[in-house]
Ligand binder design. Structure first.
Ligand code: ACO
Length: 274
């Protein structure tokens, strides 16, 4: 099923929702209109039974060229603090929604990725880039600091010296460098990008979805906890997951120990039989 809402488009195929920044003429810059459309699209897709994985990508030569300097900054500012705060709420809102999305998420970075684009980049659980793509904290080049979480993303994902250089110099790096630095999982030629992302998405579709949501949240949560807090959180997170998925892990144990039909070290159990 396809649904084109101007600035955003998506379709769902074989369990994968392909969600796209869809302002190629403006290099997919995030305007308030686009930000609202993204929130609506996430709302529509999140709990659909035919969606097991969400891929966020861009139409044309950009993933996203960051915030729209005209519509997000200049025009919102013209409406005073009320306009500025509203625009911030709308963008940060969908990134937050994406960070804690019910289904696994993959950023498929096909081209330009600047500034505010680091918000949705970090919000996605995994990220794959084209070698040809370009990543940059370009804020310094037009006279602001990397806001909207972008500085935080750089510090979360990069070593201190690289984060500092990246933020202060505003020089773009290509997909391969982004992968070496840890901004994305992998970089590969654009022509191979979709096939690789599809392959990873299919592997995720084989896993227990309750366990996947618990796992992705745990990876994001434990970073700021002490060891003891993390230990406690993980016990409770698993026990909470059990209430949504009473048989999953028991079936996983059964297929390995009793049936000997798979090896957990090498792949997932057959969840269609739980
Ligand atoms: N905000 C508003 N409009 C934009 C943005 C943006 N971030 N990025 C591109 N556009 C528009 C251009 O103004 C142009 O519009 P026009 O056709 O009406 O003149 C159109 O998109 C195409 O842009 P070009 O610059 O012609 O495209 P090109 O492919 O040559 O370059 C590039 C692409 C490098 C991405 C360039 O557009 C650029 O530098 N964009 C700004 C990147 C940026 O710094 N973003 C802000 C980050 S900071 C933040 O997000 C808070």
């Amino acid at each position: 099923m396809a649904n084109d809402v101007d600035t955003v488009s998506y379709d769902v195929r074989d369990g994968i929702a392909w969600l796209r920044f869809n302002r190629p003429d403006k290099r997919n810059a995030m305007s308030p209109t686009l930000n609202r459309a993204m929130m609506e699209a996430l709302d529509e897709l999140e709990f659909r039974e035919d969606v097991g994985v969400l891929v966020l990508t861009g139409e044309g030569s950009a993933w996203t060229a960051g915030m729209d300097l005209k519509e997000y900054f200049r025009e919102s500012e013209a409406d005073g603090l009320k306009g500025v705060r509203r625009a911030q709420r709308e963008s940060y809102g969908w990134w937050r929604r994406l960070r804690w999305f019910q289904k696994p998420t993959i950023a498929m970075v096909n081209g330009w990725c600047f500034g505010g684009g680091y918000g949705p980049l970090f919000a996605c659980d995994l990220a794959f880039a084209a070698d040809e793509s370009k990543f940059g904290l370009s804020e310094i080049n037009w006279g602001i600091l990397p806001g909207g979480g972008a500085t935080k993303v750089a510090v979360e994902l990069l070593p201190f010296r690289k984060a500092m250089y990246h933020a202060m110099l505003g020089e773009p790096v290509d997909g391969k460098t982004a992968a070496e630095w840890g901004l994305v999982n992998e970089s590969l030629p654009l022509a191979e990008l979709e096939a690789r992302v599809t392959e990873v998405a299919k592997k995720l579709l084989e896993k227990n979805p309750v366990a996947l949501k618990a796992t992705k949240d745990a990876v994001r949560r434990v970073g700021v906890m002490t060891y003891d807090e993390a230990e406690d959180y993980l016990v409770r997170a698993q026990e909470a997951a059990n209430s949504y998925d009473a048989t999953g892990r028991k079936e996983g144990i059964r297929q390995f120990i009793d049936e000997k039909s798979y090896k957990p070290g090498l792949g997932a159990y057959d969840k269609s039989r739980s």
